[in-house]
Design a protein around this ligand. Structure first.
Ligand code: NAP
Length: 332
């Protein structure tokens, strides 16, 4: 009889760092397949800030929370190792919401085959959640035009770094907000952003004025935090604010107050939040939009790979400290 490891959520976070007591590591028997099922050996799983929402008790969100006692939810990539399913054969590479576990038994619902001959890290960093999120938010919500100026928070992150490169490729002036000088250097000198601001430095209002006296037409919001008010103050008429995430608030018991709506009126701003589960049916179209930018060499990425299933737990804290350099991935 063979066993594998899984991690269940057993307690909900109540603000502050993610700790081991929220989870239990369990050993499970490798299940027997019924007709129409297949078994996946997961090789890499993706850590995403969305997990903070999935761990919370909030049922009034875009997806139900993970039930206490259930395997922690996550997406990942793996290989079919046994199959009684007509459409999936042994050796197929697949992605899907397989959770924090080494093996996953499925009837194929929500699973997608990966045909591209790219490493797992590239698939998870570009063609999985970060890429479809960047593409949906920038193009379908932001509707960017060449010559406009975009500011992106969380700009060295998985989503932000892709948004900036896509916008640059389409002729926008691209400003990134990051939390370290190393990340500022990376997005400007490696990814080709026009400028970067470290939100942990002083005189942010003066820096925004100096870097972009023309103001901002688009604001791709990944983080929230005090710079949000300063950016909203500098939005141009008919500007678009694409609200993708608010990581500065995910570990807080109480969310921060948002900017006053007066500028929304004066500048006739459109502010739109979005979450990708609403757009899963559009994934083929989003990938068709994204792929040419990748194949023409306009998109770079960096993956931050942790080793072993248990590293997922403490790994989540890297999102808060900003110590993740690129897409956070766990190698199983
Ligand atoms: N709407 C959707 O469907 C969807 C899908 C995917 C992701 N998202 C959201 O998009 C955002 C980015 O996700 P990601 O996967 O690309 O993560 P990421 O940007 O790779 O990692 C998170 C980064 O956020 C920054 N950060 C942490 N605390 C902060 C704070 N208090 N103020 C400002 N920045 C802070 C850190 O970078 P620094 O070192 O620069 O501080 C950290 O590296 C998240 O808010 C996530 O929830 C939304």
């Amino acid at each position: 009889m063979s066993y594998f490891k899984a991690i269940n959520l057993v307690k909900r976070p109540s603000g502050g760092p993610i700790t081991n007591d929220l989870f239990e590591v369990v050993s499970k028997e490798i299940p027997k397949l019924s007709q129409g099922e297949f078994l996946v050996k997961q090789n890499h799983l993706s850590l995403d800030p969305a997990m903070f929402g999935w761990m919370s008790p909030d049922t009034n969100s875009y997806i139900p929370p993970v039930a206490l006692g259930d395997v922690m939810r996550s997406s990942g990539i793996g290989e079919v190792v046994e199959s009684k399913h007509p459409d999936f054969k042994v050796g197929d590479r697949v992605t899907g919401l397989m959770g924090w576990q080494e093996y996953y038994l499925t009837d194929g619902q929500g699973m997608n085959k990966v045909e591209a001959p790219l490493p797992d890290e590239a698939i998870l960093s570009i063609f999985a959640l970060p890429g479809i999120t960047a593409t949906q938010g920038l193009f379908n919500i932001g509707k960017p035009k060449a010559g406009e100026t975009i500011i992106i928070t969380g700009a060295a992150g998985s989503v932000g770094s892709l948004v900036g490169q896509l916008a640059k490729a389409d002729g926008l002036t691209v400003i990134g907000v990051v939390g370290t000088d190393e990340k500022a250097d990376w997005i400007v000198n490696e990814l080709g952003f026009d400028a970067a601001i470290n939100y942990k430095s002083d005189n942010l209002a003066a820096q925004l004025e100096e870097i972009a006296p023309q103001g901002f037409d688009l604001y791709f919001e990944n983080t929230g935090g005090p710079i949000q008010n300063l950016i909203i103050d500098r939005m141009n008429a008919h500007g678009r604010v694409i609200v993708c995430g608010m990581i500065a608030d995910y570990s807080k018991a109480e969310p921060s107050p948002g900017p006053n709506w007066i500028n929304v009126v004066k500048r006739r701003l459109t502010i739109q939040g979005f979450t990708m589960p609403d757009h899963f049916a559009e994934v083929p179209a989003l990938l068709a939009k994204l792929t040419p930018y990748v194949t023409s060499g306009k998109i770079k990425y960096r993956a931050h790979v942790l080793e072993g299933l248990e590293s997922s737990i403490d790994g989540l804290n890297l999102f808060f400290t900003g110590e993740n350099k690129g897409k956070l991935i766990v190698k199983l």
